[in-house]
Design a protein around this ligand. Sequence first.
Ligand SMILES: Nc1nc(=O)c2c([nH]1)NC[C@@H]1CN(c3ccc(C(=O)N[C@@H](CCC(=O)O)C(=O)O)cc3)C=[N+]21
Length: 306
Amino acid sequence: MSLSDDSRYLKGGPVAQRIIAAVREDAAIAKAEGFPPKLISITVGDTAAVDVYVRNQRAKAQLAGIDFEERRFPATITSGELEAAIHGLNADPRVTGIIIQRPVPAHIPVRTLQAAVHPLKDVEGMHPASIGNIVYNQLDLAPCTAAASVELLRETGLDLKGLEVVIVGHSEIVGKPIAFLLMSEGATVTVCHHMTRSVAAHARRADALFVAVGKPRLIKADMVKPGAAVIDIGINSEIGPDGSSRIVGDVDTESVREVASWITPVPGGVGPITVAILLRNTMVALSRQRALYEATYGTADRLAAE
Ligand SMILES: Nc1nc(=O)c2c([nH]1)NC[C@@H]1CN(c3ccc(C(=O)N[C@@H](CCC(=O)O)C(=O)O)cc3)C=[N+]21
């Protein structure tokens, strides 16, 4: 059996395609009604993982019928200049959503940038007000990678209620939001990070293990409970044996697949769903903006109103 046919592989492609097909229908209707969705990506400096992400955002946005524009800024830009650019996008009625690609250079406080994005245009759910909503179990616009990881876990059919979940990595954008999403689904959640005494001891107890730390092959077979679901969120660029660059996750997939019942490949796992959810979030943002517009102007048809 070839690796790609192995039923243990939880593939993201089919899930992403389903989401994108639904977004495409929504986007076509919104466009016909005078509300074309438009997504703006902000990149500061140069990062390999960001390039992969943005390339796929552009391709899938085009497939879904969402306008996509990338704004690139040099790493030397000031925080004030970036905030001004974001305020300009907030004020532009043609712009539906704004995503700030991470990481940003060290001299720029990323939280200030996230807070500058208007919450109605915050398609990543990273504004402090948006991310706070997931504490209140309001989950319809969650950070994309976290939501994508949970979506893949659902594909296993495992009952999330009472499930023993261990998350390795406690970032604002992945580990922490996954913990909140799964708590609201009834899972029992343990979060490990760089100060955790024995990551292995925790990881071995997990029915579902999420890994998002950015360390190639960190998770080995002896850290995984037999029959577990392993969700690999790492996106690391490596130089392969043939000298070309490739992406690998945080899990030693070759050995872990002998122990786990489900494992997500990299590439082809969480990544494609992340992109699809970003597009879906753009449509959620658009519908919130439309609701506000219609409450203000009393019509569903922006073109008719003008
Ligand atoms: N604010 C912010 N939010 C993010 O979610 C975020 C970010 N910044 N910065 C960079 C990382 C990285 N990331 C990826 C998402 C999808 C793929 C992806 O589509 N991967 C595909 C394609 C791989 C390929 O084309 O080679 C796959 O895994 O199969 C990759 C990388 C999101 N990130």
